[in-house]
Write a protein of this length. Structure first.
Length: 225
């Protein structure tokens, strides 16, 4: 628990730092566009490229994680079997999972042997598939059919974990595309600033318009006199 808390705090600090850097780069980029400062635009572009490369690395990792996570979850939960011998903490966790996901057992309700918990009981008018509890189970009541959830929990747990990762991957991909667009826009602005600096300014002079031509026109009159 302490290790999980430390890793959670570390992850929070890292996320806070990453968001702060991104916000600072955005401010610098906005200043560069407003004041047409090349150095600010260059800092923004380089910083965002580095951040985007980091996000791309995470995206690649998220594409690999689902299959590995499924194996890890299956190994972790299957190590609890048989469920009739798990400790109180694990029983409380499994009961919460079964109540929330409307399932029973890991691979089957038979994982509980005869001690099927009440968290497996089907709610009235449940839309989830249910089956009758075995007659020799702890839930059995004489002359009454007791219904329990038919679906096992492990497949639902792994499916939800995989779905969560896919959603996170989609959000991350959208963020990457947004940042790539901002980088491209910043590069385009830099190119426009370079063209503006390279274009020579045309200066019009009143002397160039009339001065020299007037003296040429007046020269013959002076010679005749």
């Amino acid at each position: 628990d302490e290790e999980e808390l430390e890793s959670l705090v570390t992850g929070f600090h890292f996320a806070y730092g990453f968001i702060s850097i991104t916000l600072l780069l955005t401010i610098i980029g906005g200043f560069g566009v407003w004041k047409e400062k090349k150095w600010a635009l260059i800092v923004f572009t380089v910083g965002m490229i580095l951040c985007t490369l980091y996000l791309i690395a995470n995206e690649v990792g998220l594409l690999i994680v689902p299959s590995q996570l499924k194996v890890l979850l299956e190994d972790d939960y299957l190590s609890m079997l048989p469920l009739s011998k798990v400790n109180e903490t694990e029983i409380a966790h499994l009961n919460n999972t079964q109540s929330e996901l409307k399932c029973c057992g890991l691979l089957s309700y038979r994982d509980w042997d005869y001690n099927i918990p009440k968290s497996c009981l089907c709610a009235e008018n449940s839309m989830n598939p249910c089956v009758a509890a075995p007659r020799n189970s702890s839930l059995f009541i004489e002359d009454r059919i007791v219904m329990i959830y038919a679906k096992p929990c492990l497949s639902i747990i792994t499916a939800q974990a995989t779905k969560t990762i896919h959603i996170a991957s989609g959000i991350l991909m959208g963020l990457i595309l947004l940042w790539v667009g901002s980088i491209a826009s910043c590069i385009a602005i830099l190119c426009q600033l370079n063209k503006k600096m390279e274009t020579p300014k045309v200066v019009y002079s009143s002397e160039a318009k009339a001065g020299n031509y007037t003296s040429l026109m007046e020269a013959p009159d002076t010679e005749i006199t």
